[in-house]
Design a protein around this ligand. Structure first.
Ligand SMILES: Nc1ncnc2c1ncn2[C@@H]1O[C@H](COP(=O)(O)OP(=O)(O)OP(=O)(O)O)[C@@H](O)[C@H]1O
Ligand SMILES: [Mg+2]
Length: 157
């Protein structure tokens, strides 16, 4: 049975897959979620906001450093807030893709140990968000979908 829920707000952005845009993506998602939740007269906890920003940062960094390691291209981010308080974020690149997604998602697995990578990006996204889905095709790109159930606390009176 499908839950009767609505999209309350939605935004999509597309930006160049370069490291300067890791901070830009964090700022975008903060702006979206703060204003979308604020429009309901509710607030985010500081912890929720930090978890969302960190997770977006990890996903965008992966697109930049891994996906576009040998090529150039854009990263797309879609953000949605649903009426049941679920936040949906997708981050998509058209980079090199991932050969074995379940292996890539294992803690400490990295294909890039020389550059201070410790293989924890997906584990961080998984623990900070409610759900993480990764779909990828070698040579075509990667799509990371993260959802988080927000507490939507009443604004302080
Ligand atoms: N967008 C992507 N495109 C191609 N490969 C990716 C992408 N995202 C992740 N990967 C692959 O999955 C592996 C694991 O990613 P994860 O973020 O967990 O660790 P990491 O990026 O290697 O290290 P860390 O995130 O701790 O700096 C990467 O090493 C890379 O091989
Ligand atoms: Mg990473």
């Amino acid at each position: 049975v499908k839950k009767d829920r609505k999209v309350l707000n939605e935004a999509r952005i597309r930006f160049k897959g370069i490291s300067a845009n890791e901070a830009f993506a964090r700022i975008c998602v903060s702006g979206f979620v703060i204003s979308a939740v604020g429009a309901l007269g509710r607030t985010l906890t500081a912890e929720e906001l930090a978890d969302i920003k960190t997770s977006v940062s990890e996903a965008v960094t992966n697109s930049v450093v891994h996906g576009y390691r040998d090529s150039k291209g854009d990263v797309s981010m879609t953000m949605r807030l649903f009426s049941d308080g679920e936040l949906y974020i997708s981050i998509t690149d058209k980079g090199c893709g991932i050969e074995d997604v379940s292996k890539a998602r294992e803690p400490l697995y990295t294909t890039d140990p020389m550059n201070d990578r410790c293989g924890m990006g997906f584990s961080i996204m998984e623990s900070f968000m409610t759900r993480l889905t990764v779909t990828s095709a070698p040579g075509k790109g990667t799509k990371v979908v993260m959802t988080k159930k927000l507490s939507l606390e009443e604004e302080d009176k």
